[in-house]
Design a protein around this ligand. Structure first.
Ligand SMILES: Nc1ncnc2c1ncn2[C@@H]1O[C@H](COP(=O)(O)OP(=O)(O)OP(=O)(O)O)[C@@H](O)[C@H]1O
Ligand SMILES: [Mg+2]
Length: 593
């Protein structure tokens, strides 16, 4: 319950709504309670009228008019209150979602490494839905219901404390019985949620990679997987529903007995003239008025439990502290030259399991430095550390002598442009994707960047040019096209430090040569860190740093390293060797044909 109040406290600015809802709920309860009194009044009038030979009908007609008036008022109050409740919960939903999203965006890369995308999104939807749904129902129904119950008990108590005591007993008893059932029911429900989560998670994966599924003819297998999990939910529902309804019969029997006691008492007392007919009619109505909420109680208990669980999840995520955080008073980074230096850097994705060991090297200002090494040696990791997506565990990284852990992250990333190994683009137009790195760019800037990335020609071949939609709703780009858009995006950022992680790996040799020209132009005067497997890409760099098992193996110019027998010369031999072999194979093919 405390958690739910904390949720309301989160949106203190909504207090006018809270007040309005409370006021209208009171009005609603009062008008709902007025009708039984008016009917009592009518009964009294009728009993009196039946004593005289020629009774006047007008007094009872006026009571009927009063009932109409009260009913109309009740309708108005209910709807205005309902409107306020809807708006309040919609606003609450917006605020909670925004806070959640804002907070998630601040969390470090390591959080996203651990959690599945689906899980993060599901959690956002589920927790916020459950919390706001409960608050909406509470505002529109439950609160008014609880108020009415309290008023009924007070009024009944004035006429008969015995009846009031029975009513006071009924509520907690029924709530307790429901809560008992609800716990077990909820466990089954969680099992069912888990099954559907697994099925839907796999479903989403299958849809996203349908080509793989089809090519390995695994549709049937995937379908059966889906079907099996849903079948399990049916099996659970059998037990769950059976249990719920058994318990419901029991609960209602208890309830029916208590109401039997109330009516028997009421009727007997009336016959013994302790109550007038009018009072009896009033009390019967009040007791009936309190019956409805009892059945909604189970609903209330159920939804409260869900909402509490939901808000607990919400606050759990909200209390995660970003582990990569700006120091208080962290200054903005300035990059006069662009000298990047790694000094004895060690890092592991898990604390004890280092991927990178004591790495030291410099990427000189305005020069090209290549990182060379076999797959999985830690090259991409080194670039992530430079962007401070993770904090180093030992050593330091400096830019022009400033330790990057001491400056604001935003100012650091402003100075680095990256072409990622996997050129992820967003849905949206080509224009939007290129301008993503610089929202102030003009159309001419974007076109120039596209030209420099050798992407302009293929973009103009699309019907809508730069306005072509890509991604889910639009056209699909080839791997090489995506890569060139990603290069254009980096070009447009115009940052002094440039990271190219396999930037040309999806291009054919001809396109690579063209893009290489663009990149050469781009790299001029910028500190560039290049990761490439193809040696042609790095033949003209100023410095090569070879990485082996997460350590720096050799550092030197391409010509220096070609002479040692380190990784670079090994790769050189391998790639030249394969080219020669290929040539020979082709020659033989020529002779044969
Ligand atoms: N997010 C992550 N969480 C845990 N381990 C990771 C993560 N990313 C990479 N690794 C591990 O760190 C090591 C280095 O990975 P990295 O991506 O830096 O290699 P790389 O040199 O860029 O390889 P490639 O040439 O194939 O791109 C690998 O053993 C990999 O399994
Ligand atoms: Mg990599």
């Amino acid at each position: 319950m405390k958690l739910l109040l904390k949720v309301l406290g989160y949106a203190r600015n909504l207090w006018p709504y809270y007040t309005g809802i409370i006021l209208f709920s009171i009005f609603m309860s009062l008008t709902a309670l007025a009708t039984p009194f008016l009917i009592k009044e009518a009964t009294d009038l009728m009993v009196a009228a039946l004593q005289v030979p020629q009774p006047d009908i007008m007094p009872v007609v006026w009571v009927a008019v009063a009932i109409l008036f009260v009913d109309v008022l009740n309708t108005l109050f209910t709807n205005v209150g309902g409107y306020l409740g809807d708006i309040m919960s919609a606003k609450l939903k917006k605020q909670l979602s925004e806070r959640y999203y804002e907070h998630l965006l601040k969390l470090p890369q390591s959080y996203y490494d651990q959690e599945l995308t689906g899980t993060i999104i599901n959690r956002l939807n589920r927790t916020i839905f459950e919390v706001t749904n409960f608050i909406n129902m509470f505002a529109n129904n439950f609160f008014q219901m609880l108020l009415t119950v309290v008023m009924v008990i007070v009024v009944v108590g004035i006429y008969s404390w015995e009846l009031a005591v029975l009513l006071i007993v009924v509520y907690p008893l029924f709530m307790w019985l429901t809560a008992l059932t609800s716990k077990k029911w909820q466990n089954w429900q969680n099992e069912k949620n888990l099954e559907t989560d697994i099925a839907s998670g796999r479903f989403a994966e299958v849809i996203a990679q349908i080509r793989v599924v089809k090519s390995f003819i695994q549709e049937q297998l995937e379908y059966r997987h889906f079907e099996r999990h849903y079948q399990t939910t049916i099996d659970i529902t059998h037990r769950q529903s059976r249990y719920w309804h058994d318990m419901d019969v029991l609960r209602r029997l208890v309830l029916n007995s208590i109401f039997f006691a109330m009516f028997a008492y009421l009727f007997a007392m009336t016959v013994q003239r302790h109550f007038t007919i009018g009072e009896m009619v009033l009390l019967v109505q009040l007791v009936n008025l309190s019956r409805m909420p009892i059945f909604s109680m189970s609903f209330l208990v159920d939804n409260t439990q869900k909402a509490i669980a939901g808000s607990r999840d919400f606050f759990n995520v909200m209390s995660l502290k970003p582990s990569v955080a700006d120091k208080s008073h962290a200054a903005a980074l300035t990059v006069p030259k662009g000298n990047v230096e790694f000094k004895g850097v060690s890092f592991g994705y898990n604390k004890d399991d280092h991927v990178i060991h004591h790495i030291s090297f410099t990427a000189d200002a305005g020069k090209k430095t290549a990182l060379v090494g076999e797959s999985g040696q830690g090259k991409t990791t080194i670039t992530s550390l430079l962007m401070r997506l993770y904090d180093v565990q030992k050593g330091a990284i400096t830019i022009d002598g400033t330790d990057i852990s001491q400056v604001r992250q935003v100012s650091l990333r402003e100075h680095i442009a990256v072409v990622f190994q996997d050129p992820a683009l967003f849905s949206g137009t080509i224009y939007e994707n290129i301008a993503y790195s610089n929202p102030h760019a003009t159309m001419t800037d974007v076109e120039n960047a596209a030209k420099a990335a050798n992407a302009y020609d293929f973009i103009m071949k699309f019907d809508k040019g730069f306005e072509s939609e890509i991604g889910e709703r639009g056209l699909k780009l080839s791997g090489g096209q995506k890569q060139r858009i990603a290069i254009a995006r980096a070009i447009l950022k115009d940052a002094p430090i440039l990271i190219l992680d396999e930037a040309t790996s999806s291009l054919d040799s001809k396109a690579e040569v063209q893009v290489q020209e663009a990149l050469d132009y781009l790299m001029k005067g910028r500190t560039t860190i290049i990761i490439a497997h193809r040696l042609s890409t790095i033949a003209h760099v100023d410095k090569i740093v070879t990485i082996k098992n997460g350590r720096v193996d050799e550092v030197g110019s391409p010509s220096d390293l070609a002479k040692t027998d380190g990784i670079y010369s090994e790769l050189l031999d391998l790639q030249l060797g394969t080219t020669e072999k290929a040539k020979k194979a082709l020659e033989q093919y020529d002779i044969a044909s």
